[in-house]
Design a protein around this ligand. Sequence first.
Ligand code: BES
Ligand code: MN
Ligand code: ZN
Length: 490
Amino acid sequence: MNFNILPEDSRIGGKNVLGLALFEDFTKEDLATLPSSLGVLVGMSIPRARFKAKKGNTLVVPLADGEAQCIAIFGLGKREDVRFDDYRKAAFTIVRQAAVKGLSTVAMSIPNAEDRLVSRAIGEGAALGCYRFEKYHEHDEDDIFAVPHSADMLRGNLEGLEEGKILAESQCYARDIANEPGNVVNPETFEEFARTLAEEKHLDIRVYHADELKSRGMNALLSVGSGSATPPRLIHLTYSPAATPVAALSIVGKGLTFDSGGLSIKPADAMLTMKGDKTGACVALAVIKAAAELELPIKLHAIVGAAENMPSGAAYRPDDVIKAYNGKTIEVNNTDAEGRLTLADALAYACEQKPDAVIDIATLTGACAVALGETTAGLFTNDDKFGDDFLAISLDSGERFWKLPMDDENLRKKVKSPIADLVNSGGRYGGAITAAMFLESFVTKGTPWIHLDIAATDFAKEPYSYYIKGATAFGMRTITSYLLRKAGRA
Ligand code: BES
Ligand code: MN
Ligand code: ZN
């Protein structure tokens, strides 16, 4: 979708869908952004429909003839309470109207869009409004979905709009991979996605296959993948900016292409959506893709342990003791706590690259979903300043995170083993926290680290805000927005 910014004093006519975002206290002048005849029509429709521009309220006014097929009005609520996410939702709602109706052009009037960050949010919303994952079923006749090819903006900041588009399109790239089922994306085909990305974005790529994982002692990742017909691998992508980097960061993603639970097998229902257990890895690829497209002056590593957790004669077992890459030993008490094992090796490897900071993102624990619900993800950190900076960014990205504590030394005892350095599962109570404590043992001391637990937020069972059913790639925009901020790009 291409954005055009209209010259001053224009109106938003001449397109298939005319979108208007309004504050609750809107006046006639706000409707004057429409061509005069339509302004009058909308002025009459609003009271007739008893429409109030409260946050999220939407009114679609169909038009009888002319190029414009409808006017979509989105309520921003009270002017003083407006958040970036309201602009994002407004753009999503307007563009979505066009897309589901198969209309190719949109024009929007959204207040405050001269501001770069408002425009960035609008660009994100607009691009998210174009997304769906439809490759596996035939379309019936009345399915006329089409991505609109242009959006005229009455106000806007082109740089912000383009940045937003990159953020959202990269998020949709992550959704596309995450939505693929386990019979299509396995560790081998995931590697192909990474190789294609590396080629397209001129990234360095290094892949460690089973033999090398073994010789290097990455036994935790190897063990998790040992039950699968497709062997595991560690994938390391590097983006080196043309300009001198202002920082170096590693993004580590959990890459379970399917999680059956292994020998500690999951009940049938709990196995559904476990194709999404690679979402963290998809997000890591998407972040490095966006960083390259945004030409961020930050050196970035995306590191993924790709594996499939399956039960078989070759599978790892409960009671196994494994020596991880950093030399620590782990007693396996549940093969379904596999993500933290793959992350153990990947995190230790990530720290070896000597980044200034590490962020890992993982569909790690059902316990996190129980604690925070399906629309807020967990944040854990060994560095409060780093965590708080990230949380501040997330208030603007619309991806909700909530910090959970890491300082309960009694809870920490639950990941100690009588026969090894650690056990991989600390049990049900505090399960998201003990998982984070386990991970912390594989982060080199002194490396600022954030762990993001996106279990359940990774997958929308029903559509909400700008998420449609399926993979959300939750967290991708917040991580990249954090990098933008780090690069001084607001
Ligand atoms: N991939 C799951 C976590 C998960 C659950 C993600 C629901 C998305 C939605 C993870 O590997 C897992 O199985 N965790 C176990 C840990 C337990 C065995 C300590 C869990 O949450 O039950
Ligand atoms: Mn599991
Ligand atoms: Zn898992």
